[in-house]
Design a protein around this ligand. Structure first.
Ligand SMILES: Cc1ncc(COP(=O)(O)O)c(C=O)c1O
Length: 502
């Protein structure tokens, strides 16, 4: 093929149609199988095996570039089958793993539109429709969170880690304006960041990136429910004030990653507001509870935070990555990045600066990531978000109840949402040390995930290993969870038959 015909093939409308037609049928089969819990959740193979196989298709092995359109279609089928068969299957009913959503196909299909149209968002004219979609969504979501119409601001960004970093950068620049131009080192005293002891690691990373230093992160005491202990927070803030130590922000969680604990945000706001302390809420996981009349009390007070974030790719079930940052005060929207980029921002259209997304985000080029959520909302209405939150949170609580009544399981916290941490503790484990019990549970999980029968997570709670289920699939039911408990018992019996090593 000469270069031009090679390029024409890559852009061929009719070839594109053939690929999409195949994809439509293959998706239907894949979703049907997943919803029947057929096949493995995780096809366990080592990284080296997978890398070697992936490299083969790039010309390092027997495969050569396709010579005809028919060959392209055939190869495309193989590649798609390979991707589906080698990936962890989030749509499988037995996926009870990390906080990554199985996107509803009604949302995911819009990703193809995002990819093909490839709208930028640094400036309005590079993405007029994606900017409009994002702005319309921010307005509706803000209302859903209880923010006063017109008073707040927000934007979409690539994931919760970036969202938290950006919000904390705004806090830093507002609290310590010279931090942006002269650096944190120019301040008399380095500020501290007060965080929930179970906050996600991206928060202390943010402290490192912001020039604070991770040692300036103070982990707040938590209560028996693993929520910030509010009276001790108040005492800590007063102590810091007496010592003249500046505070960048208090970071609360809605909810925490390890156990899904929701901080009491109204009480925390009552402590922060009169002391003039910036309150940031990491609602990456639990923010979507705002859609549910039954679960939104968990977020009561979030509208009083100076900033908060929510990951749409968690409990709004968007494909990754899609996260939102909200600031309570609209006039703070340009405080995060005070930079000039004359080739981007055109003074001949001053009225559009508010819609030049690059002024608000770390990204310059930004994917049209909100089409999925906007598409789903526009097709079936916002009730779908309430339904998915309620289904999965209800399931988490039901699973907690099942574990509590089972004599051979230990529930490690009262689940508030769809995150459940527990241990298998059969009779024969009586007398084992906490470390042995933890090791036993980790071994059970390893065997289960490598077999592909279920997928769940391990964690460490109170110093010992534990199992952690995050019920991310809104089609999973208690029947699958009963089967999971049976599988843990079955594998546990095999592990402890070799318990001499534990
Ligand atoms: C509470 C919380 N914050 C932040 C993050 C990081 O979000 P992302 O993976 O979108 O960067 C997570 C991820 O699990 C989380 O649970």
């Amino acid at each position: 093929l000469n270069p031009r015909s090679n390029i024409l093939r890559a852009y061929s409308p009719s070839l594109a149609r053939r690929l999409m037609q195949f994809l439509a049928g293959r998706f239907e089969e894949h979703l049907e199988q997943s919803q029947a819990a057929a096949g493995k959740v995780l096809p366990w193979r080592t990284p080296q095996e997978n890398i070697a196989e992936a490299a083969k298709f790039m010309g390092h092995g027997t495969e050569n570039p396709c010579s005809s359109n028919d060959a392209v279609v055939d190869r495309f089928r193989n590649l798609v089958d390979l991707i589906l068969s080698r990936s962890i299957n989030l749509h499988h009913l037995h996926y009870t793993g990390h906080q990554v959503a199985p996107p509803p196909p009604l949302a995911a299909v819009f990703d193809a539109v995002s990819s093909l149209t490839n709208q930028g968002a640094a400036i309005y004219e590079m993405g007029p429709w994606s900017t409009a979609v994002e702005a319309a969504l921010i307005a509706e979501l803000g209302k859903t969170f209880g923010l006063p119409a017109g008073g707040f601001t927000g934007f979409a960004t690539h994931g919760g880690s970036l969202a938290n970093l950006t919000a904390l950068l705004t806090a830093r620049n507002i609290r310590f304006p010279s931090g942006w131009s002269k650096g944190i080192a120019s301040l008399d005293k380095t500020p501290v960041l007060l965080v929930h002891a179970d906050s996600h690691y991206c928060i202390s990373r943010a402290a490192g990136i912001l020039g604070l230093g991770t040692e300036q992160v103070l982990r707040l005491d938590i209560d028996a429910e693993r929520r910030i202990d509010v009276p001790r927070l108040a005492a800590k803030l007063d102590e810091l004030q007496r010592e003249g130590v500046p505070v960048l922000a208090v970071v609360a969680c809605a909810c925490t990653t390890p156990t899904g604990a929701f901080d009491r945000l109204n009480q925390i706001a009552d402590v922060c507001q009169p002391r003039g302390v910036w309150l940031h809420v990491d609602a990456a996981h639990g923010g979507a509870a705002a859609f549910s009349p039954r679960y939104r009390p968990l977020l009561a007070g979030i509208e009083r935070a100076d900033s908060f974030i929510c990951d749409a790719h968690k409990m709004m079930f968007a494909p990754a990555l899609c996260a939102f940052v909200f600031h309570r005060h609209r006039d703070q929207r340009f405080a995060t990045f005070a930079q000039e980029a004359p080739y981007l921002y055109d003074p001949s259209t001053p009225g559009t600066a508010d819609f030049d997304g690059g002024l608000l985000t770390l990204e310059c080029t930004k994917r049209a990531m909100t089409y999925t959520i906007w598409g789903l909302w526009s097709l079936v209405g916002p009730q779908i978000f309430a339904d998915m939150v309620e289904q999965t949170f209800d399931l988490g609580r039901a699973f907690g109840a099942m574990l509590k009544t089972a004599p051979d399981f230990e529930l490690l916290h009262e689940p508030e949402c769809n995150i459940v941490v527990f241990r298998h503790l059969p009779k024969r484990a009586n007398g084992w040390s906490p470390a042995q019990v933890g090791e036993f549970n980790r071994e059970i999980r390893r065997r289960i995930i490598e077999s592909g029968s279920f997928y769940l997570v391990q964690t460490t709670l109170d110093g010992a290993g534990a199992l952690r289920a995050v019920l991310m699939n809104p089609l999973t039911t208690v029947e699958e969870l009963k089967a999971l408990m049976e599988e843990i018992r079955r594998v546990g019996a095999a592990v402890s038959s070799k318990a001499g090593t534990l």
